[in-house]
Design a protein. Structure first.
Length: 369
């Protein structure tokens, strides 16, 4: 009885997985398939199986999501041309759990089988269910004959599938892309051939994240404009933990600001510094801390600091992080809308009395808020 096959059918019906690998058991023996059935697994068994289980789960999840992304690009399936990734992941996990409990093999979305399915005209999700049902009928009716097929006969089929599924155009990109991208491609390809797909995928993700953080940190720049006692610092780029040090250099007080702090004119003439974030996105808690440090540096010199074009989430976090009672925010209709990767304290909705001063656009020409 091919019981694991039924578990794969359940997984395919729930999430519409593009393809599944199944295992055929001529005779199902629960005790042989699941030795620990009826009793709790030992710690030694869990310790031995857990690393392999985590690695297989990570590889299966990544491969299924990559397959889903490719299939969506070819079929424009799902709402707005995107597949339901969460539903696919839940279906994959449920099918693998049930298959494991029944002594079956785990599976995931496979790129080769999915492309063969699409090239044969099976663009709908029902094609995956039909595929599993056809394989189940073939195994139930002629399992002995299929088991007699030599494995060597499948080599040609696998080579043909590899030839059609491999992106040969990616080889031409090695000579055109940047050196960092080419090094990442070579790294992932080499680790896949020598160490396995899990380590290769993890290494590729880490290398890509490091390169992205380095590029984003170097892309931060600013422009300065001064008029009538108001100096505006227009920031451009992405402000996060990697560019926090560069932001401190761009938003640091100038020599004229320090000279103003030592001047007698500070009692009668107000000097304003505007930090404009219209072209700069605040991403995380390190960015919030860097902005707060810059505000404190200006306030210690006696300058009025105005924060302009911050998102509502970033403004709330800055209000919570700032210990000063005179932080000034310039709220406008064209403020960007995005979230910051940091936790907003509960109950922090509106600014406390005396903590925040809102500068209206009509007050700009007065020289000071």
């Amino acid at each position: 009885m091919p019981v694991p096959l039924l578990a794969d059918v359940v997984g395919a019906f729930d999430g519409g997985a593009e393809s599944l690998r199944v295992a055929f058991l001529p005779r199902y023996d629960a005790g042989a398939a699941v030795p620990w059935l009826g009793r709790a697994p030992s710690r030694a068994l869990v310790a031995a199986a857990l690393p392999c289980a985590v690695e297989l789960a990570a590889v299966g999840l990544l491969q299924s999501l990559l397959t889903l992304q490719l299939v969506d690009g070819l079929t424009r399936d799902g709402p707005d041309g995107r597949g339901r990734a969460s539903r696919e992941c839940r279906a994959l996990g449920a099918g693998n759990v049930v298959a494991g409990l029944l002594g079956g093999m785990g599976g995931c979305g496979l790129l080769g089988q999915s492309l063969v399915n699409l090239s044969s005209g099976g663009a709908a999700r029902a094609s995956g269910i039909f595929y599993v049902a056809f394989v189940a009928a073939a195994l139930a009716a002629g399992g002995a004959l299929l088991g007699a097929l030599p494995v060597a006969a499948l080599v040609g089929l696998m080579l043909a599938v590899a030839k059609h599924t491999f992106s040969w155009s990616s080889l031409r990109l090695l000579g055109r892309c940047r050196a960092a991208d080419a090094a990442t491609i070579v790294l992932v390809s080499g680790l896949t051939a020598t160490r396995g797909l899990a380590l290769a995928v993890a290494s590729g993700i880490v290398a890509t994240c490091v390169r992205f953080a380095y590029d984003s940190a170097n892309d931060l720049y600013s422009s300065h404009e001064a008029a009538l006692g108001v100096r505006t610092v227009d920031l451009h780029g992405t402000l996060f933990f990697g560019s926090a040090a560069a932001f401190k250099d761009h938003a640091a007080p100038t020599d004229r600001d320090r000279a103003y702090a030592r001047s007698w004119r500070r009692r009668w003439v107000k000097r304003v510094v505007v930090l404009d974030f219209l072209q700069c996105r605040v991403c995380d808690a390190s960015a919030i801390a860097a902005i707060n440090d810059a505000v404190d540096a200006y306030r210690d010199l006696g300058l009025t600091v105005v924060l302009r074009h911050l998102s509502r989430d970033a403004a709330l976090l800055l209000r919570a992080a700032s210990a000063r009672a005179d932080v000034v925010f310039d709220e406008r209709d064209d403020d960007p809308s995005y979230y910051v990767a940091a936790t907003t304290p509960d109950g922090l909705g509106q600014p406390k009395q005396g903590q925040t001063v809102v500068v209206e656009p009509a007050d700009e020409g007065k020289g000071a808020p």
